[in-house]
Design a protein. Structure first.
Length: 370
């Protein structure tokens, strides 16, 4: 393999004996297993030729890596979609062009039914799992966790939506689990659901884009497998079939997004939905196996965060978390939307810390109406 190597930023997952590196957007589905030494070689490749990688390794460790070993690694990286060759770039462009037309369902048949009739029954069962009544929402915080893990929390969101007049549009703000080129992004295409396509509100999206200091439509591939939009949208589209949608992802705190949304909402009013989860604790996230002490701390953090939001004090909610030791994943979204959350009183309808038994880990989820 000739010339300087160009790599994509991989998703790296530690495993026993090494690491899995994979395409962060899931276009290439098969990960590549590397030892610690292989990961070290990977870290040297960007912008270098194979000969320069050999030289760098020898300079640092006095070891001459056989060229064949480096060629095999480069080939494996190409097959995993992590080495930018003409072939890989063409496939990524093809996937991106598909996403510029529509965003298909990825979790139908896995997390929710694909057919409309079955999906309606699914919604009714989830609503039945929550015994209480909802309240009208102008702002709704709801989960994006796998629905079967927290049915009553989604049921509480449905109860709130029952009390909420159908909005013309829904501002759906999720957590980016894939890399974005900017702090936030939107995808202005129909999102397919069992209830028909959720159509984008193009005028509102264009107005929002015009107010931001960065390009809003910046990373289509990040939406390809993003569950933080797909799962809440299933429930929202089922309840409000005519509403247009502004599907937004936040990767890093963006005060500009909140200020811009505040302006856009004046001319394009709608329901604001924060699709966020709460604490992430246990071995999956770098902790010890779940204990009563760890679970109590996660619940305390989750409820303290939600209750302060319900008092209309989002800055106090973020301050309460400090350095966020239980990894509440909603902090970047809340931090971006402060102007829309201040002085809005509300109520916490549901909370659950759900155990993931195979890993002895747990994730928190809640429903809050403002």
């Amino acid at each position: 393999m000739e010339g300087r190597l160009r790599l994509r930023e991989p998703q790296i997952t530690p495993i026993e004996g090494g690491f899995l590196v994979s395409d962060p957007y899931g276009v290439y589905e098969k990960p590549l297993a590397l030892t610690e030494g292989g990961l070290f070689l990977l870290s040297l490749m960007e912008g270098r030729t194979l000969e320069e990688v050999q030289e760098e390794v020898f300079k640092r460790h006095g070891v001459l890596v056989p060229r064949k070993e480096l060629e095999d690694l480069a080939k494996a990286l190409e097959e995993a979609g992590l080495l930018l060759t003409e072939k890989v770039e063409a496939r990524l462009k093809e996937e991106e062009e598909k996403l510029k037309r529509e965003r298909p369902m990825r979790l139908a048949g896995l997390s929710y039914p694909e057919g409309e009739r079955e999906a309606r029954a699914f919604l009714e069962a989830f609503r039945a799992s929550y015994p209480g009544e909802g309240e009208e929402a102008r702002v709704l915080l709801m989960p994006h966790l796998e629905p079967s893990r927290v049915p009553e929390v989604y049921g509480a969101a449905l109860a709130a939506l029952e009390k909420t007049p159908p909005p013309e549009r829904i501002y759906l703000v999720g957590v980016a689990h894939r890399p974005l080129k900017e702090r936030a992004a939107a995808l202005p295409v129909p999102f397919q659901t069992p209830f028909g396509p959720a159509l984008p509100d193009l005028p509102a999206l264009q107005a929002l884009d015009a107010l931001l200091p960065f390009e809003l439509f910046n990373t289509p591939l990040a939406f390809r497998e993003e569950h933080s939009l797909e799962l809440p949208l299933f429930f929202l589209k089922g309840r409000f079939p005519e509403a247009r949608v502004l599907p937004l992802l936040v990767a890093r705190r963006s005060p500009e997004l909140g200020e811009a949304l505040k302006v856009v909402l004046r001319d394009h009013p709608g329901l604001l939905v924060l699709a966020v989860d709460l604490s992430h604790v246990g071995p999956r996230f770098g902790d010890t196996p779940l204990t009563r002490t760890l679970a109590e701390e996660a619940r305390r953090r989750d409820l303290g965060f939600l209750e302060r939001l319900a008092e209309g004090e989002p800055e106090a909610a973020l301050a309460f978390l400090g350095n966020n030791p239980t990894r509440i994943d909603g902090v970047e979204v809340v931090g971006s939307l402060l102007p829309l959350l201040r002085e809005r009183k509300g109520k916490v309808l549901a909370h659950r810390l759900d155990l993931e038994a195979p890993t002895l880990s747990a994730v928190g989820a809640g429903t809050l109406v403002l």
